[in-house]
Structure formats: structure tokens, C-alpha cells
Design a binder for this molecule. Structure first.
Ligand SMILES: C[S@@+](CC[C@H](N)C(=O)[O-])C[C@H]1O[C@@H](n2cnc3c(N)ncnc32)[C@H](O)[C@@H]1O
Length: 320
């Protein structure tokens, strides 16, 4: 887990760095009726080792949204005054333990990625710089593709710091020498562009090797090719999408990733499934999915969320 740079080695190291071992738990699996979706219940390290041992088909997209090292337990936010309960714990002995846990999962996830595939790791600014160096060591410096800044608006609050209004999504490719799965995405044209140019596609007029001006074509513009700063609202407390599960991400965020980085029928894997946002989006967009979560509250939330969309999960007898 190190990067070679002209014969010198760069790595993120700390004293007594250890490799966590997967626990020997039975594999508990739920399957959708059409067999295009699988949900595993349990520690993802155990499940990932199982998937590697079983030589399961690889994924085109792996999205992981692990706990953010908040050092607290996260509770559900039920509607209409019902009691909340702990959904998952994000309490760690130290940052070193947290990073060891992430590194162990990343190296296994890399094995489960297809050569054209992408892994997108969702973190926040507390850990993103450590995790970037860790992931560079596992995937290779050249496999790093982008840092997506997810910018959201939240209730404004004055503190003696700039309010944090973004998360970080680090994208890695399995094999940077192979063309990635890529369906170009677009954002709406800016109001100023629309005012000046309307919705027609612009063409650069180049004279003597220099761009002199733009001219309008007859073709309708598809918009601006997606950049790496995404303005997507967080889920409002009254949003229909809300399940009450803590740290639920908006479907719009996952929709972008799934649409750009996968084709229909591709497999999407989420080892920290939570409320099942990735699974619900993958299913809606005609992709196959594998989800993993160790929290009973998460599993119940996912089952309910998918059932509301007519997707029923049934338990697979042990050993199958
Ligand atoms: C931040 S939440 C994911 C939220 C999700 N993206 C969503 O939109 O609902 C992290 C999830 O990871 C799960 N988790 C944490 N450690 C895990 C582990 N070792 N194995 C499986 N699941 C784990 C927690 O139970 C929690 O549901």
C-alpha cells in the first residue's frame, strides 16, 4: 500500500498499523424475486471476502458511504413523535483504527471491480486527505480519477469558522489503461449563457490557432458537460424520499453516479447500504445491485423502502 515515485516510496504509515481480520459469521442473504438484487446482512469485511472467494461477477460501480468518524452513535429520526433508536455506531478507538478499517475494505473492493469500473468513496473533510493517500496506495496514484465536491445548502449557522457545506467523493478507476464505463452527463446551461446565446450549441471560432469568438450552430445544446462540483440539495425533513435513517443521501446524487458510470444491467455494489439509496436507484435505473449492511435498523429500512417500490426481498436458506 505504497506509491513508487522514481524509486522512492510514499505511503501513509503509523506505528503498529494493523490489518483487521474478517469475522467468521454465517453469510445471511436476501434476494429480490427477479434475482437482480442481493442484500447481505452482516459485517462487510466478511461478506466481501465471501464474494471474492465465490468469484462473483465484478461490479461496474462501487459506491461506499462509510461512517464519517463522527465519534458518536447515529439515531433514527422517526416522524410523528415515535421513539428514535440507534441505527449505527461511528465510535472508534482512534483515527488509526478507522483508517485501518477503511483500508481493509478498499483493498477487497478493488478486487471486486471490473476493469472498466469505478469506485466512489464518500467522505467528509475530516478524513478525506488521509483517505485519499490511503486509497492512492491501494489503487495506484494513476488510478485516481476525480474529487467530486458535493455542495449542499443547509440551515445557515454562525460559528467561528466557515460553515461546512460540502462532502467529498473520491473516484478511482480499477485500470486507468482501459476506457472507463462513461456516459457523458450534462448540467443545465447557466442563466447568463441562456440570456446571451439561448439554447443553441456554441462552436469556438479558431483563427491562427487561437480561439477568437463563439458562433451559434443550429444544434440544440445538451447543456454543460458535468464538472466536479455538484450542487444537489440535502434531503429536507419533509422530503417524500426520507426514510428516517440517519445520514441518508439524496437519490439525485446516486442517480448521477449510476447514470454516468454504468450501463443498464451492470452491477452496482454498496457495502455500507444504510437506508438503501444506492440499491433503490440502481433498481429504478435497471441495474443489478448488491448491498451490505450490518445494522438491523438499516436492513429493515431497506426492505420497507424497496417493498414500497414493489421489490420484495426473500431470505435465502443458509449455504445457497
Ligand atoms: C453513512 S451510512 C450509509 C448511508 C447510505 N448511503 C444512505 O443513503 O442511506 C453508513 C452505513 O454503514 C453501515 N456499516 C458501518 N460499518 C459497517 C460494516 N463494517 N459492515 C456493514 N455495514 C456497516 C452502518 O450500519 C450504516 O448503515
Amino acid at each position: 500500500m505504497s506509491i513508487r515515485s522514481k524509486g522512492r516510496i510514499i505511503s501513509l504509515a503509523w506505528p503498529d498499523r494493523t490489518e483487521p481480520r474478517a469475522k467468521a459469521f454465517p453469510i445471511v442473504k436476501r434476494l429480490t424475486e427477479d434475482r437482480r438484487g442481493v442484500l447481505f446482512v452482516g459485517d462487510n469485511l466478511t461478506v466481501l471476502d465471501h464474494l471474492i472467494a465465490e468469484k462473483q461477477t465484478g461490479a461496474s460501480l462501487i459506491y461506499l458511504d462509510p461512517p464519517f468518524f463522527t465519534q458518536r452513535a447515529h439515531e433514527t429520526m422517526p416522524r410523528k413523535g415515535a421513539a428514535s433508536e440507534v441505527a449505527f455506531s461511528d465510535q472508534w478507538e482512534s483515527l488509526a483504527h478507522y483508517l485501518e478499517a477503511i483500508a481493509a475494505r478498499l483493498s477487497r473492493l478493488r478486487e471486486l471491480l471490473l476493469p472498466h469500473g469505478s469506485l466512489v468513496l464518500h467522505v467528509d473533510t475530516k478524513t478525506s486527505h488521509y483517505v485519499k493517500v490511503l486509497a492512492d496506495g491501494i489503487f495506484g496514484f494513476d488510478a485516481f480519477a476525480s474529487e467530486i465536491v458535493w455542495r449542499y445548502r443547509r440551515w445557515p449557522s454562525k460559528t467561528e469558522n466557515f460553515q461546512r457545506v460540502h462532502d467529498v467523493l473520491l473516484r478511482y478507476r480499477k485500470d486507468p489503461s482501459i476506457a472507463p464505463r462513461w456516459n457523458q452527463g450534462y448540467e443545465a446551461l447557466a442563466a447568463s449563457t441562456l440570456k446571451t446565446w439561448g439554447t443553441r450549441k456554441q462552436r469556438a471560432v479558431v483563427e491562427e490557432g487561437h480561439r477568437k469568438r463563439s458562433s451559434s450552430t443550429e444544434e440544440e445544446s445538451k447543456g454543460v458537460p458535468l464538472g466536479d462540483v455538484w450542487d444537489i440539495g440535502i434531503l429536507a425533513p419533509v422530503s417524500k424520499e426520507r426514510t428516517g435513517y440517519p445520514s441518508q443521501k439524496p437519490e439525485a446524487l446516486l442517480e448521477r453516479l449510476v447514470n454516468v458510470l454504468t450501463d443498464p444491467d451492470d452491477l452496482v455494489l454498496d457495502p455500507y447500504a444504510g437506508s438503501g439509496t444506492t440499491l433503490a436507484v440502481a433498481h429504478r435505473l435497471g441495474r443489478q445491485f448488491v448491498g451490505i449492511d450490518e445494522s438491523a435498523v438499516a436492513i429493515a429500512t431497506i426492505e420497507k423502502r424497496l417493498a414500497e417500490k414493489g421489490v420484495l426481498l426473500t431470505q435465502v436458506p443458509a449455504g445457497r
